[in-house]
Design a binder for this molecule. Structure first.
Ligand code: AMP
Length: 189
């Protein structure tokens, strides 16, 4: 037990069930959910300066610059509610530069666990194809997933080197996966 509020990072492919599990985790642990994707989408909807910069990058499937992202997250994490309730970071860090910024913001040992919600590419591909969305062609899905793997592999190693990586099997029912996540987190607290 660290004696302070829980701080978690969650990583997971599109279609891994990460969104659903995040909602359940924040309800269960009472932490705040900080999703950088949600923050950027809100900025786009507001038409703010940030939103204008982010929109084209997001539409093209690129990454918003580390400098911008580190600034947004540093500002959010500095608010007192985070200290009190803890945080589940979702979508950040996306790069090693961002992970290093996070370590500077929270200090070494500032993250209790980085959870890798693991669902094989073949399974998430099936799930996305089954949704039948217009932008979900087999090629587009494959491109997004291989980009995700390229971006995330170095982060997985980075968290592993710091002894905080926890891989959780994301196959099975929502309840089964949630129980595994809780078990993994409870041993880290
Ligand atoms: P997400 O909802 O996490 O998939 O994020 C949606 C989009 O927002 C991503 O495809 C990126 O363009 C952008 N984005 C979200 N988080 C980050 C981040 N930490 N670094 C760079 N770009 C990000």
């Amino acid at each position: 037990m660290s004696g302070r509020a829980l701080r978690l990072v969650i990583l997971g492919r599109q279609g891994s069930g990460k969104g659903t599990q995040c909602l359940r985790l924040v309800e269960h642990y009472g932490t705040l959910h900080v999703s950088t994707g949600d923050m950027l989408r809100a900025a786009v909807a507001d038409g703010s300066e940030l939103g204008k910069k982010a929109e084209a990058i997001m539409n093209a499937g690129g990454l918003v610059s580390d400098e911008i992202m580190n600034g947004i997250v540093a500002e959010r994490l500095a608010k007192p509610d985070i200290k009190k309730r803890g945080v589940l970071l979702d979508g950040f860090p996306r790069t090693v530069v961002q992970a290093e910024a996070l370590e500077r913001i929270l200090g070494k040992g500032g993250i209790d666990a980085a959870i890798n919600l693991d669902v094989p590419v073949s399974v998430v591909t099936e799930r996305m194809l089954a949704r039948g969305r217009a932008d979900d062609t087999a090629e587009a899905i494959a491109r997004r997933l291989s980009l995700y793997d390229e971006q995330t592999a170095p982060l997985i190693d980075w968290f592993d080197e710091r002894g905080v990586l926890v891989t959780v099997d994301g196959l099975g029912s929502e309840d089964q996966v949630f129980a595994r996540l809780r078990a993994a987190i409870d041993t880290r607290q």
